[in-house]
Design a protein around this ligand. Structure first.
Ligand SMILES: [Zn+2]
Length: 149
């Protein structure tokens, strides 16, 4: 029994590692992104756990993987999936985006189906972009038009 429960954490770690390894690089997915910074603050409304804030930075070679594991070590099937938020932000070339998210996991393996993990995440992402192709092309086009006049 204990072994099977411990395995649940291991399976989760393996799944996460595989997803990370198979994620494309930021450069492949969003060629114009220069850098992304992700600031994470965790709040435990029950006041039991204290979790340090985290800052993650991603360069063009980093994997475009934005799933944040829950910092509670006992949490099962938890975490915060910022993939959609980040993809949307980078596709729109937004400079910054922030929001909150709740952990969808279970508080611990003894309470699966009973108590949700109470952890809340506040995130703030900032990104910088290279002057991109379309903008440059537009500029060149307007220069050509000006020259023709
Ligand atoms: Zn959690």
């Amino acid at each position: 029994m204990v072994h099977r429960q411990l395995d649940a954490y291991k399976v989760e770690r393996d799944t996460r590692r595989r997803a990370y390894m198979s994620a494309p690089s930021l450069r492949e997915q969003f060629p114009q992104v220069e850098q992304v910074a992700l600031e994470l603050t965790f709040t435990d409304p029950t006041g039991v756990g204290k979790h340090s804030p985290q800052v993650h930075t991603f360069g063009p070679a980093a994997r475009a993987y934005f799933e944040v594991p829950c910092p509670c070590s006992a949490c099962l099937s938890g975490g915060f999936d910022l993939s959609a938020v980040m993809s949307d932000m980078l596709a729109r070339r937004a400079g910054t985006v922030s929001g909150k998210s709740s952990c969808q996991g279970w508080q611990d393996r003894g309470r699966v189906g009973e108590h949700r993990c109470p952890l809340q995440l506040s995130y703030r992402a900032t990104a910088s972009y290279e002057a991109d192709g379309p903008v440059r092309a537009r500029l060149e086009r307007s220069v050509r038009l000006t020259a023709r006049r």
